[in-house]
Design a protein around this ligand. Structure first.
Ligand code: CP
Ligand code: NVA
Length: 308
């Protein structure tokens, strides 16, 4: 069985928990892992970007090196993919050269097709539909600051996008409550909410930021205009009442944290006061991308034992 990492919904809770445990162990051992002889020594990971990236690109690159492996950075435009070579053929060819492929590509079907034809693990580095690696880092960050996430309440306020979809998947697997507030025009899809319900997840969607934030242990938001989105002005107008500001944070539980996958836009989805304030853990969250990515890489490319 090839260990693809495509969506949190593909996994059971035990596997995701073990990946995070591995991430924590690797974080603790980080200094010792810098000697180049790590669990992925001799392995090469291809990093393919069809869209821009800072955190995903750097954390996978550094993470792979810290595990003893090497990386190869590619953009879709400079590959023959940009000239019409099929995803399936690209997958077959790359599988002959590298030990794993991390890809950021907007089209989820293309990601699935790549995984279907690759004979090495494929990792989802963001599609229009989901961003599972981000939310693994987010769970790690929540638990660093607030303890076990099971039984806690997370409020998502703003646009319904790829990161939210992975939060919905996570709510089902990590057993926490997720309250979602979006404008009705930008609500999560019925399909996604039905999936959550069928999984028994405590996911509820509404249209009031104040309602979602009330008593939450964490408030999360994201950009109002994701990669590939159009109608930026319309989105801004719809989303203005969903800005995370000090007034909204005050409705959350005592000790509540603020998270954002970044990049952030101060004055839009979050005020500078919240972003740079004491409840914000966004830079710990960004750092945890590195540790979470290492957990995922060790699982996908190196097997799941401590010595592998
Ligand atoms: N959060 C995140 O995925 O950031 P990048 O787009 O910089 O990779
Ligand atoms: N929702 C954002 C996340 C960026 C990391 C986007 O897709 O652009």
């Amino acid at each position: 069985m090839i260990r693809h990492f495509l969506d949190l919904s593909d996994f059971d809770s035990a596997t995701l928990t073990s990946i995070l445990d591995r991430a924590r162990a690797l974080r603790s051992a980080r200094n010792g892992a810098r000697d180049g002889v790590g669990p992925l020594a001799g392995k090469v990971l291809a990093l393919v970007f069809e869209q821009p990236s800072t955190r995903t690109r750097v954390s996978f690159d550094v993470g792979m090196r810290e595990l003893g492996g090497q990386t190869l950075m590619l953009t879709g435009a400079e590959m023959q993919l940009g000239r019409g070579e099929t995803i399936a053929d690209t997958a077959r060819v790359m599988s002959r050269y590298v030990d794993g492929i991390m890809i950021r590509i907007l089209d989820q079907d293309s990601l699935q097709e790549l995984a279907a034809h690759a004979t090495v693990p494929v990792i989802n580095g963001l599609t229009r539909r989901s961003h599972p690696c981000q939310v693994m880092a987010d769970i790690l960050t929540f638990e660093d600051h607030r303890g076990p996430i099971a039984g806690k309440t997370v409020a998502w306020v703003g646009d319904s996008n790829n990161v939210l979809a992975s939060w919905i998947h996570a709510a089902a697997r990590f057993d926490f409550s997720l309250k979602i507030a979006t404008p009705p025009e930008l609500a999560p899809s019925r399909r996604l909410l039905d999936w959550a319900r069928a999984e028994g997840a405590a996911v509820v969607a509404g249209e009031e930021a104040d309602w979602a934030a009330a008593g939450a242990d964490c408030i999360v938001t994201d950009t109002w205009v994701s990669m590939g989105d159009s109608e930026a002005e319309r989105r801004h107008n719809l989303l203005k009442p969903f800005q995370v500001n000090a007034r909204l944070m005050a409705r959350a539980a005592e000790g509540a944290i603020f998270m954002h996958c970044l990049p952030a836009h101060r004055g839009e989805e979050v005020t500078g006061e919240v972003m740079d304030g004491p409840q914000s853990v966004v830079f710990d969250e960004a750092e945890n991308r590195l540790h979470a990515q290492k957990g995922i890489l060790a699982w996908a490319l190196g097997g799941d034992t401590e010595n592998n």
